[in-house]
Every structure is written in C-alpha cells, then in structure tokens.
Ligand binder design. Structure first.
Ligand code: ZN
Ligand code: ZN
Length: 280
C-alpha cells in the first residue's frame, strides 16, 4: 500500500487513533472473556451448544470488525471526484480544499477533507461517516448492539453468582465497576469480570440508543445536521431513503460486510423531494 493511501486511512488526530485502538482492543478482550472465562463456567465439558456459541460469537466478531474496518478504509470524501470549476446552484466553495463542493458535502477539519453527505465525524472510526461508508457504520453499530446484548445474556448468571446475587451492591458493581471496587463491593480479582460485564451493559444501552437514532434519521432522509436544522428536502420516502444508505442489495448487507450493494446516488447530485409533498 502506498504511503498516501495509508495516510488517508490512519486517523489524523491522536484522540481518534486512541479511540480506534480502544474499540478494537476491547472487542478482542471481550471475545477472550467470553471464550476463556464465561463459556468454561457455563459448559465445564464441551457440548454442541457450547460450539454453537463459539461459532455465533466469532460470526458477530467478524461482522463487527469487518464493517468497522470498511467504515474506516472506504473513502467518502470528494478527493477522488472530478468536480466542476463552475459553482452550480446549491454548491459551495470550500476555501480549505480550494474546490467546489457538492450539495450535502461538508468540510471536516478533523479529516481535513470535504465529506460527501457528511453524517458526522466518529472518533471511534477516526473518520467521518458519509455517503459511501454509512452502510458500514450502521452495520458496525447494529452488530455492536446485538453483540453486547448477546454477551449480557451469556454473562448474567455467572456475574450474578460471582457477585453474590441480585442486590443494590451487585447493581453498583456491574454498572460502575470502578466505584464497586473502590467501595470494596468487588475484590480485585473479580474487578475485571465486573468491569467487563458492566461495559457490556452500558454498551448495550448506548449502541441500541445510537442505532434507533440513526435508523430514525435514515427513515426521514436526513443526516444529523439536517435533522437539527429541520432540513427535509432530501426525504424521498422511507424506502428510497434506506436504499440510499444500504444500496440495491440492502437485504443482504447484514450477512457479510464484503457483499456488494451499489448505491443509487453518486454523492454529487441529489434528487429533492416533490414540491407537492406537504411537510408532516
Ligand atoms: Zn473541504
Ligand atoms: Zn471527519
């Protein structure tokens, strides 16, 4: 891989680099935790059910990591596009990139690029979410939400038994493990376990909230900026709005991150909603 390509993949800011390393490390710590601590407790002797859990766990990890990596490496900036020298209606001139920027593109100062249909800058990707990696971002959030819910079901009995059953103290140790450790609710040995279980509970809540919020935005044909400012002109109906994010083969994208699903929009020109459609 040439140096310029590599530089475009690696996040520019130190905080973004740390956030990406944290997420990937935490994914591997979590799979280690489930494989070598939780599963041997639940299944002291190997059974078919245990192997099914192992396969499902690796499938979730593969999809999470695959979508995360593609969300990072897929370029959604205007960098590779041939842009007109004349400023068309609805376009803006970007004084940093020194080029005309298409509608819905916004310059990100953290990425140092104009991003097509910019959703937001995600520190955990170290990149902006835009038209070309929106699908991978959504699938990453989906698999993180499902994975953390699954991990919570796996951990529940073991963590409860370890921490002494259901009580206010157990709740404290699971939701705020550092506080639980400081107040002597959990011993140092079980700190790691309560920390990991607590992370799964908080992650599950956080990722499902994030998923619902972004599904709502896609349903309405908006990105976060447009939602904040009440811009509804790109809402072409929920079916088209979902196609614009997940592509023509939207029904397959959840299976594997590498499944091709061409987008109906090139990121440069956008259809606007029919003027006759009244705002709800
Ligand atoms: Zn720019
Ligand atoms: Zn950015």
């Amino acid at each position: 891989m040439d140096k310029r390509k590599w530089q475009s993949i690696v996040p520019r800011r130190k905080t973004d680099q740390l956030a990406v390393v944290f997420v990937i490390t935490e994914l591997f710590v979590e799979i280690y935790f489930e494989l070598f601590i939780i599963l041997p407790e639940l299944y002291p002797t190997p059974t078919v059910a245990m192997y099914l859990h192992v396969c499902l766990g690796f499938y979730l990890l593969f999809n999470t990591l695959g979508n995360l990596i593609l969300a990072i490496v897929v370029d959604t900036s205007t960098g590779t596009e041939i842009l007109p020298a004349v400023l068309h209606p609805g376009w803006q001139y970007c004084y940093t990139c020194m080029q005309n920027s298409p509608p819905r593109a916004v310059h990100c100062f953290m990425c140092g690029k104009c991003v097509m249909k910019r959703e937001h800058h995600c520190v955990f990707l170290g990149k902006c979410v835009g038209i070309r990696n929106h699908r991978y971002y959504m699938m990453t959030v989906f698999y993180l939400a499902v994975g953390s819910l699954y991990a919570n079901f796996m951990n529940m009995d073991y963590a409860w038994n370890l921490l002494g059953g259901f009580s206010l103290k157990t709740g404290l140790a699971m939701i705020a493990p550092i506080l639980g450790w400081m107040f002597g609710v959990t011993e140092s040995i079980s700190f790691f376990i309560s920390f990991q279980c607590g992370t799964c509970i908080l992650s599950c809540f956080m990722f499902f909230t994030l998923l619902i919020f972004h599904v709502m935005l896609i349903y309405r044909g908006q990105v976060t900026y447009e939602w904040r400012h009440g811009i509804k002109e790109y809402d072409l109906g929920w079916k088209h709005n979902f196609l614009e994010v997940f592509g023509a083969r939207w029904y397959l994208v959840w299976l594997f991150p590498t499944i091709s699903s061409p987008l109906p929009c090139d990121g440069i020109t956008y259809k606007k909603r029919n003027e006759n459609i009244k705002d709800i």
